[in-house]
Design a protein around this ligand. Structure first.
Ligand code: GRF
Length: 205
């Protein structure tokens, strides 16, 4: 399976995806910041990359679309990509774009998820891998991981503790999509040939 990864910054999820790839290859990285640290990770692994500045959304999406038509990926993974893709763009890749979001969706779509969970005195927090549709962070959830929030936690400690689990969640999910264990069919999510109505939670993540 050919995967294209979209990033905006650090690229730790990209690195995890590359290091833990079993059933897929990363064909290309698309990044909206020329200075993003994640671009060096792509270079270190000899993954071709393209910077698309995304100053003008229409122009950027047209450029990304032309590139993606050439590459023809099976899956697009948004891994810390901080731009919202338009409904028109997403419509080209129905159930072929997934995103990792640092909250237990449907809680806390958008930004500052860790602080918002703390403000609400939640006892649990987590991350979600979901399909991308035209609504921000609202596409069908695929999988989730959880962490407990303690009295000492800050937004920073939560983000740090969650990140290593995000890496496992995203790489496991992509490997299982690539192996055909997770798939979307007839408006339903399947895992191991069973219809899944709740996000998948793996006991070891
Ligand atoms: C991750 O926490 C991801 O959930 C969020 O942005 C962060 C990206 O980190 N959407 P990295 O660039 O993969 O290190």
């Amino acid at each position: 399976m050919r995967v294209v990864v979209f990033i905006s910054g650090r690229g730790s999820n990209l690195q995890a995806l590359r290091e833990r790839q079993e059933n897929y290859t990363i064909s290309h990285v698309i990044c909206n910041h020329a200075q993003a640290a994640g671009l060096q990770i792509a270079r270190d692994f000899d993954i071709p990359s393209t910077v698309i500045p995304w100053r003008d959304t229409d122009q950027a999406e047209a450029q990304a679309l032309a590139l993606l038509r050439e590459i023809n990926p099976d899956l697009i993974v948004l891994a810390g990509f901080m731009r919202v893709l338009s409904a028109g763009f997403v419509a080209n890749f129905q159930f072929k774009i997934i995103n990792i979001h640092p909250s237990l969706l449907p809680l806390y779509p958008g930004l500052n998820t860790h602080q918002r969970a703390l403000n609400d005195r939640q006892s649990k927090h987590g991350a979600t891998v979901h399909y991308v549709d035209q609504h921000l962070d609202q596409g069908h959830s695929i999988s989730q991981c959880h962490i407990n929030i303690t009295a000492k936690d800050t937004a920073e400690t939560l983000a740090a503790r969650l990140l290593s689990k995000e890496h496992k969640l995203l790489t496991t999910t992509v490997n299982k999509i690539a192996s055909g264990e997770i798939y979307w069919q007839d408006n339903q999510l399947f895992y191991n040939n069973q219809v899944i109505t709740q996000p998948i939670v793996w006991s070891n993540i």
